[in-house]
Design a protein around this ligand. Structure first.
Ligand code: PEP
Ligand code: MN
Length: 263
């Protein structure tokens, strides 16, 4: 169902007034985690001002250590809904199991399945049954075929609103957090009709590498970007080192407009 053979035209995923997979580069931005009301609302206002159309923020955080901040859960979802009501931004949040999915469905517009759950097949089916637009990240060490099969699980339940997100894969290279596989963009576009976006934040793990990789992703044909932005990255409860300041994000948005016109 997700293959290029099954559908020649590119799929458009529509969420309220946002269209992913069309002519415009869709930028999703916001903090790694929703931390408190002020942090989220400040981030939402600033990313919207800079041109983002989707607000991200994790309320259920799949952290490597059980002692790290795990997210505000339902309180975080409520803050996302409040930020959306104020700014008009569409929202996306990660779910980590069926219980968090049920809650997220009440409050946000797009459901994110993170790298760690890309092959949680029952969860993929549940997300498929929900009918909500889905942002499906590539697994930590997933091949493109495995990633597309994960998308197939969602679509096979009757939910065609899937956006794929390349977020870097594990390789032997440790100079960056992950290795951004930019060739995945044209490869996936050749093999599937689904939109593909790129997350240079989790791919690189380092603030100064985010802008060059974001520009490269747009040049490579990505339909959008997912970028972590925090009002005060040094105080972030998760992923501070890769989070852009609102000022950095604003300049990046201006650079992206140039790349988009040039390609
Ligand atoms: C995230 O988007 O905050 C996240 C945890 O991403 P990933 O699943 O790509 O690691
Ligand atoms: Mn993060």
């Amino acid at each position: 169902l997700v293959s290029r053979e099954s559908k020649g035209q590119n799929s458009l995923v529509k969420v309220k007034d946002v269209v992913i997979g069309g002519d415009d580069i869709v930028v999703i931005a916001g903090p790694c985690a929703v931390e408190n009301r002020e942090q989220l609302l400040t981030a939402a206002r600033m990313v919207r001002q800079a041109g983002a159309v989707v607000l991200r923020g994790g309320a259920f955080k799949p952290r490597t250590s059980p002692y790290s901040f795990q997210g505000l859960e339902e309180e975080g979802l409520k803050l996302l809904a409040e930020a959306s009501a104020e700014t008009g931004l569409v929202t996306v949040t990660e779910i980590i199991d069926e219980a968090s999915l049920e809650l997220a469905l009440e409050y946000v517009d797009i459901i994110q399945v993170g790298a760690r759950n890309m092959q949680n097949f029952r969860l993929l089916r549940a997300v498929g049954r929900s009918g909500k637009p889905v942002l499906l990240k590539r697994g930590l060490s997933a091949t493109i075929e495995e990633w597309l099969m994960a998308a197939e699980y969602v679509v096979s339940e009757g939910n065609e609103n899937v956006v794929l997100c390349e977020r870097g894969i594990r390789t032997y290279e440790i100079a960056t957090r992950n290795t951004l596989d930019l060739s995945a963009v044209p490869v996936v576009k050749g093999q599937s009709h689904l939109p593909v976006i790129v997350d240079p934040s989790h791919a690189t793990g380092e603030r100064k590498l985010v802008a060059p990789m974001a520009r490269a992703a747009v040049a490579a044909g990505a339909d959008g970007l997912l970028i972590e932005v925090h009002p005060e990255p040094d105080k972030a409860l998760s992923d501070g080192p890769q989070s852009l300041t609102p000022e950095d994000f604003s300049s990046l948005m201006a650079e992206l407009r140039k790349v988009a016109t040039a390609v």
